[in-house]
Design a protein around this ligand. Structure first.
Ligand code: L34
Length: 296
């Protein structure tokens, strides 16, 4: 039987509707407007597209939003000073530095410079550590989006065998940590596979929930997936251009073949991507509320 297609676009729309109400309420009651700055260094086409999506959504939700574009050759020192400026700015509640950064800039140093209270990406070591002990203030956006997709489409997470393909700091490690917590929407048995794993298909075939963030087009084929599994495809690979100059996207999963075997699957585009953007908005609203001392 063909799988149910999990629409990230649709789930993201629902969450944004809830958020829009909340933004309106804190504006009226508390005179607080969530403020988000997205810093883009250089001109990577993917990064431009994602940051544009973030700014567009922030504006739609009525945020105070700032797009800060910097040249690819900006010095590390200049970038650190810029972050400090936004750390001091009371109108800004969330600071996001889009990754990847150019090679001459130390990514860790930059992420460490963001005030953890304004770290709406949850990449600062303080927030990473809090996540690991099950006491997160902010959840990283892509993993939070994946968890929401699983919860809101009714996947059984508690007790499930979850296999994560990929061990990045942005997706693989945090989603694995989140799903193994003894908490609601979690409590799974989690395996992480990576380039050092001996027999990847052995693991993926055991997965009730398979989360793929390998960064390789069609890395997961139908023979690697268990009948009835829930498959979340985090990959966004730009594999070509249409005649009109639009990027052709493809995930890390062979969608056409795997959808015949899975019980549910996310498409690319329209799966995890829109959720990433929406969870950033959720974190920014939270940051604004915390800064203003507003309790839920
Ligand atoms: N600091 N860097 C920082 N935070 C992040 O959360 C990200 N990420 C990843 C890359 N670097 C980052 C993103 O924003 C990946 N990512 C991201 C965000 C949005 C989308 C994809 C990746 C997205 O909207 N994808 C659309 C297609 C967009 C297009 O056409 O280019 C989709 O439907 O999948």
């Amino acid at each position: 039987m063909a799988a149910k297609i999990i629409s990230g676009t649709e789930v993201a729309r629902q969450i944004r509707e809830e958020l829009a109400k909340e933004v309106l309420a804190i504006k009226e009651k508390n005179n607080v407007v969530p403020g988000l700055v997205t810093i883009l260094v250089g001109e990577d086409p993917g990064s431009i597209s994602y940051v544009t999506g973030k700014q567009k959504t922030a504006k739609e939700l009525g945020f105070y939003s700032v797009q800060d574009n910097q040249p690819a050759d900006i010095s590390e020192q200049k970038l650190l000073e810029l972050i400090d400026k936004y750390n001091q700015d009371p109108k800004i509640h969330g600071i996001l530095v889009q990754l990847p950064l150019p090679k001459h800039i130390n990514e860790t140093k930059v992420l460490n410079a963001i005030n953890p209270d304004k770290d709406v990406d949850a990449f600062h070591p303080v927030n990473v550590g809090r996540l690991m002990i099950g006491a997160a203030n902010y959840l990283p956006c892509t993993p939070a989006g994946i968890q929401q997709l699983l919860i809101r489409t009714g996947a059984k997470i508690d007790g499930a065998e979850v296999v994560v393909l990929g061990r990045s700091n942005i997706v693989g490690k945090p989603i694995a940590n989140m799903l193994l917590q003894k908490q609601k929407g979690a409590n799974a048995t989690v395996t992480i596979c990576h380039t050092g794993t001996k027999d990847i298909p052995f693991h993926t075939r055991r997965a009730d929930i398979l989360i793929v963030a390998a960064g390789k087009p069609k890395a997961v084929t139908a023979d690697m997936v268990k009948e009835g599994a829930v498959v979340i495809d985090v990959g966004v690979n730009r594999v070509g251009m249409t005649k009109e100059g639009k990027a052709i996207l493809c995930g890390d999963v062979d969608f056409e073949a795997v959808k015949e075997k899975a019980s549910a699957i996310t498409p690319v585009p329209g799966g995890v991507g829109p959720m990433t953007i929406t969870m950033l908005m959720m974190n920014t609203v939270k940051a604004a509320k915390v800064a203003a001392g507003i309790k839920d």
